[in-house]
Design a protein around this ligand. Sequence first.
Ligand SMILES: Nc1nc2c(ncn2[C@@H]2O[C@H](COP(=O)(O)OP(=O)(O)OP(=O)(O)O)[C@@H](O)[C@H]2O)c(=O)[nH]1
Ligand SMILES: [Mg+2]
Length: 238
Amino acid sequence: NQLPLPVTKNTFFHLLYNYFHILFSRYDRLKMSKAVVVGDLNVGKTCLINRFCKDVFERDYKATIGVDFEIERFEMSGLPFSLQIWDTAGQEKFKCIASAYYRGAQVIITVFDMADIKSLEHTQQWLSEALRENEPDSCFVFLVGTKRDLLSAEECQRTESDAIKIAAEMNAEFWSLSSKTGENVQEFFFRVAALAFEDAILKDLETGSSTAQIGDGNILDDNALEDAQEKPKKKSCC
Ligand SMILES: Nc1nc2c(ncn2[C@@H]2O[C@H](COP(=O)(O)OP(=O)(O)OP(=O)(O)O)[C@@H](O)[C@H]2O)c(=O)[nH]1
Ligand SMILES: [Mg+2]
């Protein structure tokens, strides 16, 4: 009969250290979700992201080449939470580059221009392309109408009722906003972050593991972490 080895002082401290390391590492790693923004060229995807992340509005159109991304930090119920917001190009010639970044998204934001009804008709195609790269039922979907400031109240109502029907077919939540005036932009992203955070916590509880390991969007390497920490702004929505 073998008796257990006596625990030396060193082993005891080592075990204690490991225990606390495992306990706290779940929370000291940033929880992060990935959102991809898709839609026709010129609908206002970049302006929307820039209004929220930098509080600026660019009047002149500069096409996105391939993809770009921002990391925005939030504080949710006292916990840090970050959202990677991937801005993709709407131009056909960049589609194959951009679509490589759809994978691992927790949120898909399909954008159209409220003053251009054709761009609304194309949103379902954009969504199906983004969904193709992700697990079924793994993403929150938003349908966002931009450039609300360009429409009269009557036009706005008409476009909104068309968009609500399409949103229902897409199983998406519909928002209309203006990056020029900033109307609804913060509210929209806070809603995105709140849903993504809640989902990350639920997945954490289901799997009993850190959300930082679920999907590509949740993993932060050291560089991305430094970039995220450099940002001075901290948004709190709860
Ligand atoms: N009036 C108005 N103009 C807007 C708004 N949002 C964007 N725009 C204008 O629409 C044009 C296109 O905006 P972008 O954000 O660059 O469009 P995009 O969807 O990123 O285009 P790609 O990168 O080519 O896919 C620019 O000239 C913007 O100034 C808005 O809310 N109101
Ligand atoms: Mg762009």
